[in-house]
Design a protein. Structure first.
Length: 309
């Protein structure tokens, strides 16, 4: 009996801590979107995203979009956990809205996106294959610029490898791509317990399944990096506690593309798309061949890149 009580107490402590992390830490904050949050956020904004789904026999892919579909596609792929709403700051950006058809997906297993009879899609290639129909649909006139952050960076790269003619430029932000640098946090181990999962949002449970498959998936991807010939930028923060900064060294070693650019931000953490959004915008605009001078002259676009090395 004492052992049962001990185990129950132990698991309860895990649950309490996980819930605390889910509501207070930067890693998890904002990873859940409710109808109430959505309505509050867009109550006074003139433009809000529209939602769509692409379906086939095995996959339903849900995504949010802003901007005319006649504009070049800017495809945004989130990490884990997450959803389309992780890119709301870019979807809401009035300058980006004028120049791009901005699309933020729910990856398979998150939000309303799913693969038939599969709770969590831990395969990087299957995740990319799930997004491929959307990429094909939105790039009939011109290729897309693809941004992937955190776990979504490897998926964005795999998507580019599947359809290089459909991707004009790839931007990988804080990418955990070195299988030897994968970190498994102790609270992620706790989330594998069924009783703990009862208390966690669906996306957190999916993210946990992905996390424990990530290293092996990255090993399968490793020999493919040298095949990546699409122009690209990799951004890595020096104070990133989730994706080891040495992932940038891995990228420099394995990506042989002559038009690859590697940017190290010594003071940045993991959430570069939030803290350095102007830098992301600069990369995107340059990739599209747009004149930054003209945009800046409108007083709407500011950039601080003094800490870029």
């Amino acid at each position: 009996m004492n052992r049962i009580v001990f185990i129950q107490t132990y698991l309860v402590k895990y649950v309490v801590l996980l819930l605390f992390l889910a509501t207070t830490t930067g890693c998890f904050r904002g990873q859940i979107m409710t109808d109430k949050k959505f309505a509050k956020h867009y109550k006074h904004l003139p433009v809000k995203p529209t939602f769509h789904s692409i379906q086939n026999d095995s996959v339903t892919l849900h995504y949010a979009s802003v901007g005319s579909d006649t504009l070049p596609t800017l495809l945004l792929i989130h990490g884990a956990p997450g959803g389309w709403y992780g890119y709301m700051n870019m979807l809401d950006d009035t300058v980006l809205q004028r120049y791009f058809h901005i699309i933020a997906v729910d990856r398979l297993g998150y939000g309303k996106s799913k693969r038939k009879n599969q709770f969590a899609v831990t395969s990087i290639e299957k995740q990319a294959q799930g997004i491929l129909p959307l990429l094909n649909e939105t790039t009939k006139s011109q290729p897309a610029i693809v941004v992937g952050r955190s776990y979504g960076a490897a998926i964005a790269a795999q998507l580019t490898l599947l359809a290089p003619e459909k991707v004009k430029y790839l931007c990988m932000v804080a990418p955990p791509i070195d299988p030897e640098k994968e970190k498994i946090f102790w609270f992620a181990r706790a989330a594998r317990y069924r009783v703990v999962q009862w208390f966690l949002p669906h996306s957190f449970v999916v993210a946990t399944a992905e996390k424990f498959a990530h290293a092996s998936e990255l090993r399968e991807l490793e020999p493919k990096w040298q095949q990546l010939n699409t122009p690209l930028t990799v951004l890595q923060g020096g104070k990133d506690w989730i994706a080891d900064p040495l992932n940038l060294t891995f990228a420099k070693k394995h990506i042989k593309c002559k038009k690859a650019r590697f940017m190290f931000l010594p003071l940045a953490g993991h959430f570069i798309t939030q803290t350095h959004v102007d830098l992301i915008k600069k990369v995107v605009f340059e990739a599209a061949g747009l004149s930054l001078g003209e945009i800046a002259s409108q007083g709407e676009y500011l950039l601080e890149e003094s800490e870029v090395k």
